[in-house]
Design a protein around this ligand. Structure first.
Ligand code: SF4
Length: 248
């Protein structure tokens, strides 16, 4: 699908060079672009042993919640004691509840914790530019969420028990949205969603699904800010996601 003028401008602003072939710009092949299961009350806390017979994902009550009840449940969740005691607020997710595209990052940072929205600040701006390059926009056919809904202190990596504790919330969001494509942003999100310890370089480019939904792995925008030379690969990942979207 040819890129629009606006998409070309956005890619140029991002520092993504475009190769021209046969008088046209082909975004699909030629563009090169140079980052918690719970119940609020009575639930096992992160770090506590999971009772035998209880899956980290299976949480029938969360799986039955509607959007408003889910948001309320998340806001009151204290399953991860350390995270809950230090957060300003939970960061639920943002966007179109009927979106075809679901972007999943790692966890809120300091700015996200303050504002209550995922992917704000410089990394968020880059994500917005990546969305614009796909002719998408935050909130329009796009939903953005994180593996964790509370900020890990000092921006440390989420712990496995925290990710397991928060997963039913994300899984319920995915079930309610029913996206056509999931994009995992960064190593932590990719490894968590794919239950893999493989490095990001191995997960990128693979044919993955999550709950039967095509899943594409790419870099976290915060990493791309530090390593702009990798933007080309990220752009190719997004183009592959778009192809999957068109096929689905
Ligand atoms: Fe609850 Fe998730 Fe926050 Fe942990 S990270 S306290 S499971 S909302």
């Amino acid at each position: 699908m040819p890129l629009t003028q606006r998409q070309r401008e956005v890619l140029h602003e991002m520092g993504i060079p475009l190769w021209v072939r046969r008088g046209s710009i082909r975004g699909d092949t030629m563009a090169s672009v140079s980052h918690t299961r719970s119940e609020p009350e009575g639930a096992p806390q992160a770090g506590a042993p999971v009772p035998e017979g209880l899956s980290a994902v299976a949480s029938p009550s969360v799986a039955e919640l509607d959007w408003d009840a889910l948001r309320t449940r998340v806001a009151g969740c204290v399953a991860c004691t350390e995270l809950a005691s230090r957060r300003t607020q939970t960061v639920f997710g943002v966007g179109d509840r009927d979106a075809d595209w679901l972007f999943i990052g790692e966890a809120p940072g300091a700015e996200e914790d303050r504002r209550g929205e995922p992917f704000v600040g410089r990394a968020g701006q880059l994500l917005d530019n990546m969305l614009a390059a796909l002719d998408l926009a935050r909130g329009e056919n796009v939903y953005i969420a994180n593996i964790l809904k509370c900020r890990p202190p000092g921006n440390r990596d989420p712990r496995p028990d925290e990710m397991a504790a928060c997963r039913p919330f994300l899984d319920r969001q995915i079930a309610l949205i029913a996206p056509r494509v999931v994009v995992a942003l960064g190593r932590v999100a990719a490894q968590a969603l794919l239950a893999s310890e493989a490095p990001l370089g191995r997960l990128r480019g693979g044919d993955h699904t999550y709950g039967g939904i095509p899943l594409v792995v790419t870099y976290h925008p915060a990493y791309l800010l530090r390593s702009p030379a990798e933007k080309a690969k990220a752009w190719n990942d997004l183009l592959r996601a778009r192809k999957l979207m068109l096929r689905s």
